[in-house]
Write a protein that binds this ligand. Structure first.
Ligand SMILES: [Ca+2]
Length: 186
């Protein structure tokens, strides 16, 4: 479910708890027998947790010019860190430490786009980054050569409709525990 898709179809991030999604303001005056034939509820294969819904509706009284509304709602689907990789390079009397962080849907291991990742850099402070279409974002810091390493720890992942399940964090190549990675001065 991309933002482009939502905008293209004029949808919104509606949830059942928000109340009615949209209230029709008219009815079908002509006697047609297939009302509801253009309706569907489908689970999004990207996260296996978002439901897409489409149905007919009338904004005004009319003979048969019904319109279509498309929308989605999700059930607070869990997401987690699917990989962290560390990168370092020299920069004069300083060096650059970077963590590439990938966020996945727990159910499908597919990329989460637009998630805000909060990362604590031990002894330095907190930074945030937002995941791209591959589900990856980067946090980078330049430190003096007197600092031998930088420890990056993911402290939160935030995305609309999703919850952060830190217990599911993992790293397929084993250079982190899925939550913390130590990048060493090159
Ligand atoms: Ca890794």
């Amino acid at each position: 479910m991309s933002a482009d898709y939502q905008e293209k179809f004029g949808t919104s991030s509606w949830r059942p708890a928000d109340g009615p999604w949209i209230e029709g303001a008219g009815s079908q005056l002509r006697n047609l027998s297939r009302w509801g034939a253009y309706s569907a509820l489908t689970v999004d294969p990207v996260d296996d947790c978002t439901f897409w819904y489409v149905n007919e509706w009338y904004p005004v009284q009319a003979q048969s010019s019904w319109q279509v509304r498309v929308g989605a709602f999700s059930l607070e689907c869990p997401v987690h860190v699917g990989d962290i990789d560390g990168v370092s390079r020299n920069n004069g009397a300083k060096w650059v430490a970077r963590a590439n962080i990938k966020i996945h849907h727990a159910a499908t291991e597919q990329a989460v786009t637009g998630a805000t990742v909060t990362v604590n850099l031990q002894g330095i402070g907190s930074r945030t980054c937002i995941t791209n279409s591959s589900g990856v974002c980067q946090v980078q810091v330049t430190v003096p050569d007197s600092r031998p390493q930088v420890r990056f720890s993911v402290t939160n992942v935030s995305a609309v409709g999703y919850t952060y399940d830190a217990a599911g964090n993992h790293d397929p190549d084993g250079d982190s525990n899925g939550t913390t990675i130590v990048v060493v001065q090159p």
